[in-house]
Structure formats: structure tokens, C-alpha cells
Design a protein around this ligand. Structure first.
Ligand code: PNS
Length: 235
């Protein structure tokens, strides 16, 4: 029996994750989706919430199960006699980190990492971006699984509201007011207006100009004016 684990933090699960899990399910007899903790990322959803969303999203794959884990991924694999880890690669920028993890995991246990290239339509997709879009009230239709459509319900967690927006094919994630567990009556939550954009105070021209080197006080327009004034002054 060929078994593999698809690990990740899945905060939240995206269609890119499901693409990889689905393709892993055709390569292996059994796939365990392992919902873990990435120490370098802050989390929006609790482990239980992430597991629940994944179970719902993967329900269509007969040979896929979902479990949480909190220690080392290699311990999880060893405890289940699994020797293959499947990871998706979106772009070359993923590769350095994933290669390092693969090599570390191989040094810790008898496991091989199998890289599956993400389908092009999902290559830009990342949980962190989905959260950002949701936080500013953007529509994430097509980026996250349809489980909300199918359930015809909404899940409101950590102030982000996953909801049907009135028509069947569109899922919107609202940046909520932060009140978890709002009642049906208070739906939909008011959209937040965008916060003001940060003002750029750094002298950007120096950065944009090709070959000009990093922006620095010595290259600012004011500094240029001072230099010109000094040069035009009579000795
Ligand atoms: O989706 P992510 O955030 O890239 O998933 C990363 C995850 C959770 C798979 C990774 O951080 C992990 O395996 N964590 C468990 C702890 C562990 O084994 N660390 C050593 C990795 S070399």
C-alpha cells in the first residue's frame, strides 16, 4: 500500500491545496492530510477549524483522510508508517525553503518528499493572500473551496465572515466587525472601509532610478539642491 502525507498549515485551505491533495490521491493509495503548525506564521483559524474545513473540502476524495498534528512532521509519518511527503511547488521562490525542509525531514526519518507543481491557475494563490483579501472585504470566489456553497451556511471565525453573497456562484469573505458568533439577524456584516494608505516618507526616486543605488539622504532632491547651490556659489 503506497501512502503519503500532505502536510500544511492550511490557514485557511485554498483551492491550490485541494488541487495538490487531489493529485496526490491519484498517485498514492492513501493520503493523509496533516494539519500542522508553522511556527513562523501567525494563525487566523484554530486547529479544529482548519481540520473541519479540510474534512469538508476533501470529502469527495475516497482515499483521503485529515488529521491534526503538533510535533514534528517526521514523527507523524513514523507513527503511521508513512514514507512519502507530498508538497506543492507554486514557483521557484517556494523551492529554496521546501528543499531545505525536505532535506531536513529526510535527515530525521526515512521519508522522501515528492514535489508536485501547482496547476498554473493556482500559482499565485496563498493562504496569507486569501486572508489579506478577506480582511479588506474582497471577493475570494474561486480561491477557496466551495464547501460554503454546498452547506448553504456561513462560518464566522476570528472576525472574518465566509458567506454566500446572495447568488449561488459567488463566495465572499467579509472582513467582519470582529464579533464571532453573530446571529442570523445581524447578517450581512457591514463592510469596512479601507484604512488610509500609508504615506511614503522615504525618498523613492533614488530607488526607482536604474543604477542609482539605494535611496539615501545624500541622493535626495534636497541634497541635490544643496550640492548645486554650493557649486554655483562664488569661491
Ligand atoms: O503550509 P505551510 O505553512 O508551509 O506548512 C508548513 C508545515 C506545517 C508543514 C511545517 O512547518 C511543518 O512540517 N511543521 C511541523 C514541525 C516540523 O516538522 N518542523 C521541521 C520541518 S523541517
Amino acid at each position: 500500500m503506497r501512502r503519503a502525507v500532505c502536510p500544511g498549515s492550511f490557514d485557511p485551505v485554498t483551492n491550490g491545496h485541494i488541487d495538490i491533495v487531489g493529485r496526490a490521491s491519484t498517485l498514492f493509495d492513501e493520503v493523509v492530510v496533516a494539519v500542522g503548525v508553522n511556527k513562523s506564521k501567525s494563525r487566523l483559524f484554530t486547529a479544529d477549524e482548519r481540520i473541519e474545513m479540510l474534512r469538508e473540502s476533501c470529502a469527495g476524495f475516497a482515499n483521503v483522510t485529515v488529521e491534526g498534528f503538533s510535533g514534528l512532521l517526521t514523527t507523524f509519518c513514523e507513527e503511521r508508517g508513512i514514507h512519502a511527503i507530498v508538497k506543492g511547488l507554486r514557483a521557484v521562490s517556494d523551492f529554496d525553503y521546501e528543499l531545505q525542509m525536505a532535506q531536513m525531514n529526510a535527515s530525521l526519518a526515512d521519508v522522501e518528499t515528492v514535489f508536485v507543481p501547482t496547476s498554473p491557475e493556482y500559482s499565485f494563490l496563498a493562504s496569507s493572500l486569501v486572508k489579506e483579501v478577506a480582511t479588506f472585504g474582497g471577493d475570494v470566489s474561486g480561491l477557496v473551496p466551495d464547501f460554503v456553497h454546498e452547506r448553504r451556511s456561513r462560518v464566522q471565525m476570528r472576525g472574518v465572515h465566509f458567506s454566500m453573497s446572495g447568488h449561488d456562484k459567488s463566495l465572499e469573505v467579509y472582513a467582519g466587525s470582529g464579533s464571532v458568533g453573530k446571529t442570523e439577524d445581524s447578517w450581512p456584516p457591514p463592510r469596512r472601509s479601507n484604512p488610509p494608505l500609508p504615506t511614503l516618507t522615504a525618498p523613492c526616486r533614488g530607488v526607482a532610478r536604474r543604477g542609482a543605488g539605494p535611496a539615501s539622504p545624500g541622493r535626495s532632491r534636497a541634497a541635490g539642491r544643496r550640492r548645486r547651490r554650493r557649486r554655483s556659489r562664488p569661491p
